[in-house]
Design a protein around this ligand. Structure first.
Ligand code: AMP
Ligand code: MG
Length: 326
C-alpha cells in the first residue's frame, strides 16, 4: 500500500510517499523565505499553489512510483494558516479525485508524533513538539493524544525567528541563534515563564530585545535565550513524563534540530532513567512523509472521509483526533 501525503500548514509545502512498512520512498519540500519580515499567509499560499504540482511530480520521480499506483492521498487538515491549508486541501482533493484514491485529512501535530514513533523506535513517548507556530507537550492517554502543556502565546520557533530578525539577521532564525550561541557564554537574566504545565515566550523576547538595545552582545543573548527557553521546555516535558509515567521522550518540529535542546532533553531523560528519541532532521521539520504515514495509519484503522469531511480547520486540536489505530 502506498500513501502520498501533502503538507502545507505554514511556510513549507511538502510531498512525501511512504509504503505500509513506513519506508519513506520520497520526501520533497520547498519553503517560502520572505525577503523581509515574517510569513504572510496569502503569499505562502500562493507559493504553495505554484509549487505543489511540481513537488507531486518530483516525489513520484524520486520514489519511482507511478501516481496511478498511489492508494491513499493524505493532506494536512490543520492546525495552520487558513490560506495555506485551503490550498493544499484543494490540491489533495483534485489528486484524490483524479486518481480515484481515498482522501484522508491529517492532524499536523499528530503526524509529527507518528512519524517519530515509526522511524526512531520509541513506542509510547511524550512528544516535545517545538516548531515555528506550535509548542506542545503531547502524549497518548485514554485513546487520544492529549496536550499536557503548551505555549500560551507564540511558538518557540517564532520567538527565535523574531529575535534574530529584529537583531538584523535572516530567516530562519533558529539555526542562526544556535551558531551565535556557541560564541556566547554570559548568561543574562531573562524571564523564565512556566505557568503550571504551560510556557510563554513573548516576555522573554521583549526582554532579550531590550538587552540588545542596551548593548549586550548578540552572541550572549543568543546563548541566554536558548538556555532559558529550552530549560522551560525541559521542565514541562519532565513534569509530563513524571505525571503519566512515560520513560520515552520524542522530539519533533524544526527546533528539534537544535543540538543544545537535544543535549538538555537527553540529560533530563537520562537523569530520570528515560530515553530520548529524535527523528532525522528532514522528518523533524514540516514534511509530507509524516502526513502520508499518518494518513496510512488512519486508513488502515478504517477512517474514511468524503470530500465534505475534508474542510480544513485552522485550530484543529491534537486531542480532537480519535486515535483509532492505537
Ligand atoms: P517547523 O515550523 O517545524 O517547520 O520548524 C521551523 C522552525 O524551526 C523555525 O522557527 C526555525 O527557526 C526553527 N529551527 C530550525 N533549525 C533550528 C535550529 N538548529 N535551532 C533552533 N531552531 C531551529
Ligand atoms: Mg510542524
Amino acid at each position: 500500500m502506498l500513501s502520498l501525503g501533502i503538507e502545507g500548514t505554514a511556510h513549507t509545502v511538502g510531498v512525501g510517499i511512504v509504503d505500509d512498512t513506513s519506508k519513506i520512498l520520497a520526501n520533497v519540500y520547498e519553503m517560502v523565505k520572505p525577503a523581509k519580515g515574517g510569513i504572510h499567509p496569502r503569499e505562502a499560499a500562493n507559493h504553495h499553489a505554484e509549487r505543489v504540482v511540481p513537488l507531486i511530480r518530483r516525489a513520484s520521480d524520486v520514489a519511482r512510483v507511478d501516481l496511478q499506483d498511489i492508494d491513499i492521498v493524505a493532506f494536512s487538515q490543520g492546525p495552520g494558516l487558513g490560506p495555506c491549508l485551503r490550498t493544499v486541501a484543494t490540491a489533495a482533493r483534485a489528486l484524490s479525485l483524479s486518481l480515484g484514491a481515498p482522501i484522508v485529512g491529517v492532524n499536523h501535530c499528530v503526524a509529527h508524533l507518528e512519524i517519530g514513533r515509526a522511524v526512531s523506535g520509541c513506542k509510547d513517548p511524550v512528544l516535545l513538539y517545538v516548531s515555528g507556530g506550535n509548542t506542545q507537550v503531547i502524549a497518548f492517554a485514554r485513546g487520544r493524544y492529549r496536550v499536557f502543556g503548551e505555549t500560551l502565546d507564540i511558538g518557540v520557533g517564532n520567538m527565535l525567528d523574531k529575535f534574530a530578525r529584529e537583531a538584523g539577521h535572516g530567516f530562519p532564525g533558529g539555526p542562526i541563534l544556535e551558531r551565535a550561541a556557541k560564541e556566547g557564554g554570559k548568561l543574562l537574566p531573562l524571564p523564565y515563564s512556566v505557568k503550571g504545565m504551560d510556557v510563554a515566550f513573548s516576555g522573554l523576547l521583549t526582554a532579550a530585545l531590550n538587552l540588545l538595545k542596551k548593548g549586550e552582545r548578540f552572541q550572549d543573548l543568543a546563548f541566554s535565550v536558548q538556555e532559558t527557553a529550552f530549560a522551560m521546555l525541559c521542565e514541562v516535558t519532565e513534569r509530563a513524563m513524571a505525571h503519566i509515567e512515560k520513560d520515552e521522550v520524542l522530539l519533533g518540529g524544526g527546533v528539534a534540530r537544535n543540538l543544545r535542546l537535544r543535549g538538555m532533553v537527553d540529560r533530563m531523560a537520562r537523569d530520570r532513567g528515560a530515553r530520548m528519541f529524535v527523528p532525522p532532521g528532514e522528518l523533524c521539520i514540516d514534511n509530507g512523509a509524516m502526513i502520508a504515514w499518518t494518513g496510512l495509519l488512519m486508513h488502515r484503522a478504517g477512517v474514511r472521509m468524503s470530500v465534505e469531511d475534508t474542510v480544513v480547520d485552522q485550530r484543529f486540536r491534537t486531542d480532537e483526533v480519535d486515535v483509532a489505530w492505537r
